[in-house]
Design a protein around this ligand. Structure first.
Ligand SMILES: Nc1nc2c(ncn2[C@@H]2O[C@H](COP(=O)(O)OP(=O)(O)OP(=O)(O)O)[C@@H](O)[C@H]2O)c(=O)[nH]1
Length: 448
């Protein structure tokens, strides 16, 4: 070709938005057009002579080499996609159109940067996945795990945490915190960053350069941890409900977070906040449907479920269990003499004391009025339940301070049913415990 027309073609090639590249049989760039600098971050002078495969994202190298071999075997490809690592460390998504020139022994290819549309696609997928997760999760821990997994596909992170405002709306409570290294306790830096984000109501990108913002004690506590973090507020229509924190990957040489990554996280954070808020409301409604409002103990419905499950467990393991029916004596008098509020406080205190008489795994429930029940699991001998009955009488006998100047002790009538001795279904056991309680009440009210 005449030199001046070759120069003209090269000039036009440089005007193209897509990059034209030529790669020799050894896989080295021998020509790249000007657009390469915009796409890959290297000047044409820097790129010529470099091995194409060295610029490809490691995860995409194997299939890129396979595609290059196929092209060199005479199979042109007009839609091959892979990712390159730019000079600044960012990933770019490229759609290639390439063919092999046998005469020149060169691969001639056009690179079209599809990063923006890939990111939009990814963002849409992420938003969709988060809203799916909100529907599919039964509780908050399950939702946090799903969100962690989804965001992990979008941004690298060695640590991931969700901190929510506590009930009083003042401090932060780490509701979820996972570190790739296995540690789960949020260290001082995460807590400080969370509080900063909440105070400012805006995202914070913490890099080695901005680390000096943290108080010296926090910097010292961070120690050798990688010090690149993004913190974004979780904002709903009700205001900021908490903070989402991401700690940079700790792979050697891994670049810290960028402003773009912070924007990305900020963009999805409102969807995350909505999902969490929705799940919080669900959990609250579920709790209200299953618990007694006054004492916060399980109500009759949850008690019946638990009893059914406890019985099934005992049957499966050939174990024993006990059911206690507890009815306060002369409770009406408390209301009549000291007022309903005082009666309420006594019921709350009785609930607290009953819980102290059994293990965490046992169930203390309020059936209504002054009637409580306890499911005691893994009973070894009948005496176990009797010991608990004794303990209940003791704890109720200690005076309870119920408001100004009122101090009362309570007494109760207690009936016990044992599985398997008194029946093998919940109705038989409940009948037995109720009758035993009634007998005890008669003895209390008509001694002798
Ligand atoms: N303060 C308060 N009182 C309640 C509540 N629910 C039921 N009560 C009252 O509890 C009292 C229960 O009355 P009873 O079943 O006769 O109980 P008691 O006085 O202990 O009678 P005995 O069991 O025979 O000793 C009633 O006066 C109810 O109005 C509540 O949530 N708060």
């Amino acid at each position: 070709m005449h030199k001046s027309s070759a120069d003209t073609i090269a000039r036009f090639t440089d005007l193209l938005m897509d990059a034209v590249c030529m790669v020799d049989v050894d896989g080295r760039f021998v020509f790249v057009s000007a657009a390469c600098e915009r796409i890959f971050g290297y000047t044409p002078q820097e790129m010529v002579g470099m091995r194409m495969i060295d610029l490809v994202a490691p995860a995409d190298r194997e299939r890129t080499l396979a595609a290059a071999r196929a092209i060199m075997d005479g199979q042109p490809n007009s839609r091959f996609e892979n990712r390159y690592v730019r000079k600044d460390g960012q990933l770019v998504y490229i759609m290639w159109s390439a063919r092999w020139s046998e005469a020149d022994q060169l691969r001639v290819a056009v690179a079209h940067d599809v990063t923006a549309s890939k990111q939009a696609e990814r963002m849409q997928y992420t938003l969709y996945a988060i809203s799916e997760a909100a529907h599919a999760s039964d509780d908050l821990p399950a939702l946090f795990q799903r969100i962690h997994r989804i965001i992990g596909t979008m941004l690298p992170a060695s640590g991931f945490a969700v901190a929510l405002r506590d009930e009083q709306g003042k401090g932060l409570r780490f509701a979820y915190h996972v570190h790739a290294g296995g540690g789960a306790v949020p260290h001082a830096l995460a807590r400080w960053l969370g509080e900063e984000v909440l105070r400012g109501g805006a995202p914070v990108l913490l890099t080695p350069a901005t680390m000096a913002l943290a108080p010296p004690s926090v910097q010292a506590a961070a120690g050798a941890e990688p010090d690149c973090w993004i913190g974004v507020p979780l904002t709903t229509t009700q205001g900021d409900i908490g903070v989402l924190l991401l700690q940079g990957g700790d792979a050697p040489g891994q670049a810290g977070y960028t402003d773009q990554e912070q924007e990305l996280l900020t963009f999805v954070s409102s969807q995350v906040a909505t999902a969490i808020h929705r799940q919080q409301l669900h959990s609250m409604l579920r709790f209200m449907a299953q618990h007694d409002e006054l004492t916060q103990l399980p109500n009759r419905r949850l008690f019946l479920d638990r009893l059914q499950m406890a019985l099934a467990r005992a049957q499966r393991h050939q174990g024993q269990m006990a059911l206690l029916f507890i009815d306060l004596n002369k409770f009406k008098q408390v209301n009549d003499e000291h007022g309903h509020d005082c009666g309420d406080e006594l019921l709350r205190e009785v609930a607290r004391r009953l819980k102290r008489c059994v293990r965490e795994s046992d169930t203390v429930a309020r059936l209504g009025g002054d009637e409580f029940v306890i499911i005691v699991e893994e009973v070894l001998v009948a005496d176990d339940a009797l010991r608990i009955v004794e303990k209940i009488h003791q704890v109720l006998a200690a005076p309870m301070r119920l408001g100004v100047g009122v101090s009362l002790a309570a007494t109760a009538s207690i009936g016990v049913a044992h599985y398997p001795e008194h029946g093998d279904d919940i109705h038989q056991l409940m009948r037995q415990a109720d009758q035993a309680m009634y007998v005890s009440k008669l003895q209390e009210t008509h001694p002798g």
